[in-house]
Design a protein around this ligand. Structure first.
Ligand code: PEP
Length: 261
């Protein structure tokens, strides 16, 4: 078994306003307490919309809840004239630990290129945020069997210009686009194949220390029934969970099933 702590991160996407967020986090915290998870083995994180973060921070810090939190995106720019953008330093000040970067919905709907993703990673790292970098292939690429090459290229380009020291703590989420929000899950073998290819790539590019330390998680229709099998692979260190993270008690049940790894 590796020393890497299992990461279970709930990406709420554009769900839950700040009042719903308070209720959802409270219920998640209660359910996690009841589930008596081994806290040394895993980390549970919520990733709400920007407008919820202050409320989530107040609740988690005020009640000293055993939960982390983060944001779903970040600007590549320093604070200034960038209407509608959120600077990495603002997220740091709100106590965020994590920031999701390069989610396939943003790559597709907001035209985020690997170059923009790399700039966002740099901005996040300089503000002491831990990026959760999302990579993964389309259905066509999987059917053409170019999924590994595509994903590794996307990874390489999304990390362009960053050295091993900047990537300390980085989390990589392998999220095949065809499995996100579709109910189609990659098999445990698919997730394991890609996680081990990503780890080997990190080893070649940045050395064995970074490859061994980096958490590689899987995302794409993960639920309570399939999570244990997915995280059973030695190279898969957790899950990025969308739909199944919206209900606190259900997400707690998923976390409990994962920790049985
Ligand atoms: C996601 O949005 O990152 C995701 C994995 O969503 P879902 O679990 O709903 O497929």
């Amino acid at each position: 078994m590796s020393d890497r702590t299992l990461l279970l991160a709930g990406n709420w996407k554009m769900n839950h306003d700040h009042l719903e967020a308070i209720s959802s986090v409270q219920k998640l915290a209660w359910a996690l307490e009841d589930a008596k998870l081994d806290e040394s083995r895993c980390e549970v994180v919520v990733i709400p919309p920007f407008t919820d973060i202050r409320s989530v921070q107040t609740l988690i810090q005020g009640d000293k809840l055993w939960l982390g939190y983060g944001a779903q995106d970040v600007s590549q720019h320093e604070p200034g004239a960038h209407t509608g953008e959120i600077a990495a330093s603002f997220l740091s000040r709100l106590g965020c630990t994590y920031v999701v970067i390069g989610h396939s919905e943003r790559r597709a709907n907001n035209h985020e290129t690997d170059e923009i993703v790399a700039a966002k990673i740099k901005a996040a790292v300089s503000a002491d945020l831990t990026p959760i970098l999302c990579v993964g292939e389309s259905l066509d690429q999987r059917q053409e069997k170019t999924h590994v090459d595509f994903t590794l290229r996307q990874l390489e380009e999304s990390l362009a210009g960053l050295g091993a020291e900047a990537l300390d703590g980085l989390v990589i989420a392998y999220e095949p686009v065809w499995a996100i929000g579709t109910g189609e899950t990659a098999t445990a073998a698919d997730a394991a194949e890609m996680a081990s290819a990503i780890r080997a790539h990190l080893g070649e590019k940045y050395g064995p220390g970074l490859a061994e330390a980096t958490r590689i998680i899987y995302g794409g229709s993960v639920n309570t029934d399939n999570v244990a099998e997915i995280v059973a692979s030695a190279d898969v260190d957790g899950a990025l969970v969308g739909g199944a993270s919206l209900n606190g008690p259900d997400f707690a049940a998923l976390c409990k099933a994962a920790v049985a790894k």
